[in-house]
Design a protein around this ligand. Structure first.
Ligand SMILES: Nc1ncnc2c1ncn2[C@@H]1O[C@H](COP(=O)(O)OP(=O)(O)O)[C@@H](O)[C@H]1O
Ligand SMILES: [Mg+2]
Length: 341
């Protein structure tokens, strides 16, 4: 099945599986029931097909999840990145992360993480417009989408266009991870992307993933050390031409005293996005707020501006008044500060 057919197929099934009964009368319920029966029949057929193949995993998934996982991971297993799926490690906002044992290609990892985007989560992608500003769209292979029909579909938000948007979203995450890992950032080693899945080094152990920073309380000295390390990473990102865009204590894993930044699909390039500085300051501010709670004081505005200008970017130009919300106090404050700089 092609990736788009696959996503279409599972989107429908996911809808049926996840829909809650609504008290709107027998007609609707009947319709839903027949949809459910149809979905059940399709899943049954898929389960038979899967049973006849050579890739099987120990994790006991529900039927829908099993088929979705199987179709998402077979290629990565075939290429030797994963051998077995051991357990579901975490359900995130857009993706679920599975703890896998490594195949021969991922010998350096004790465990491999498979970040599998779920179809419904993809459809409900957080408002991606602000991140898309100045971005070119990438296809499943990470190459530029250039066909007029495809670009039009993306613009019109047709089903095909949405599928292309998703592909681009995941492509950006993987490409950014490759570039950042090569640049020496503290991120999990990325292995390969296949369709809706990214295989990477698993941070944690057999009992589960490393905690995120917001789940740990750091003693003051340790907090200072970790703060410096995080800021060093923010600098590496910027030097590589990236802003994380959703950086906070929720997207940093902490394990054996080391950190790993994760979750990159919304990365922004400073030169292309009109809101780049605003997005960058928001990342820095969120981090500073977290570290302030751990006893590390800093001036987030100054820090963001210094890091920004040190790379030769101009903060004022990047902050377009059109893109600010006058009703939002933090937007106003940011704008006021920009005016007097
Ligand atoms: N490489 C990894 N190793 C261990 N756990 C991970 C890894 N990547 C993600 N996770 C876990 O999965 C969760 C969701 O992943 P994330 O990339 O943040 O996606 P989402 O967009 O769904 O938030 C994370 O909060 C983290 O707990
Ligand atoms: Mg996340």
């Amino acid at each position: 099945m092609s990736t788009s057919k696959l996503i279409e197929f599972y989107e429908e099934l996911d809808d049926v599986e996840s829909s809650k009964p609504t008290p709107t009368g027998a007609r609707v319920t009947k319709k839903r029931q027949s949809k459910k029966q149809e979905a059940d029949a399709r899943l049954f057929v898929r389960a038979q097909e899967i049973a006849e193949t050579s890739f099987h995993f120990s994790y006991k998934a529900a039927r829908f999840e099993e088929a979705w996982l199987f179709d998402s991971l077979t290629e990565l297993a075939g290429r030797g990145w994963i051998k077995d799926v051991l357990r579901k490690a975490k359900v995130g906002k857009e993706a679920s992360v599975y703890l896998c044992s490594p195949g021969p290609a991922a010998r350096e990892s004790q465990f491999v993480a498979a970040k599998v985007y779920r179809p419904r989560m993809l459809r409900n992608l957080k408002n991606d417009q602000v991140y898309r500003d100045g971005r070119i769209d990438l296809d499943g292979e990470g190459k530029r989408v250039f066909k007029e029909a495809d670009l039009h579909a993306i613009q019109k938000r047709s089903a095909h266009g949405e599928e292309l948007r998703h592909q681009s979203w995941i492509a950006y995450e993987f490409l950014a991870m490759e570039a950042l890992f090569a640049a020496g950032a503290d991120i999990p080693r990325p292995y390969e992307r296949s369709g809706n899945t990214i295989a990477m080094d698993f941070v944690g152990d057999i009992s589960g993933p490393a905690p995120t920073l917001n789940e740990v309380r750091l003693e003051r000295n340790e907090a200072k050390r970790v703060f410096d390390r995080v800021m060093r990473n923010v600098e590496i990102l910027l030097a590589s031409g990236y802003i994380h865009g959703d950086l906070s204590a929720y997207n940093i894993l902490y394990w054996d005293g080391e950190i790993r930044l994760i979750d990159f699909p919304q990365v922004v390039t400073p030169r292309d996005n009109r809101n780049a500085f605003r997005i960058f300051s928001r990342d820095v501010t969120r981090l500073c707020e977290y570290f302030a709670r751990q006893g590390v004081d800093s001036d987030s505005h100054r820090l963001a501006r210094d890091l920004w200008t040190a790379r030769g970017y101009k903060s004022r130009e990047d902050l377009h008044p059109r893109d600010l919300d006058p009703e939002d106090p933090s937007d106003r404050a940011l704008w006021e500060r920009q005016k007097i700089d």
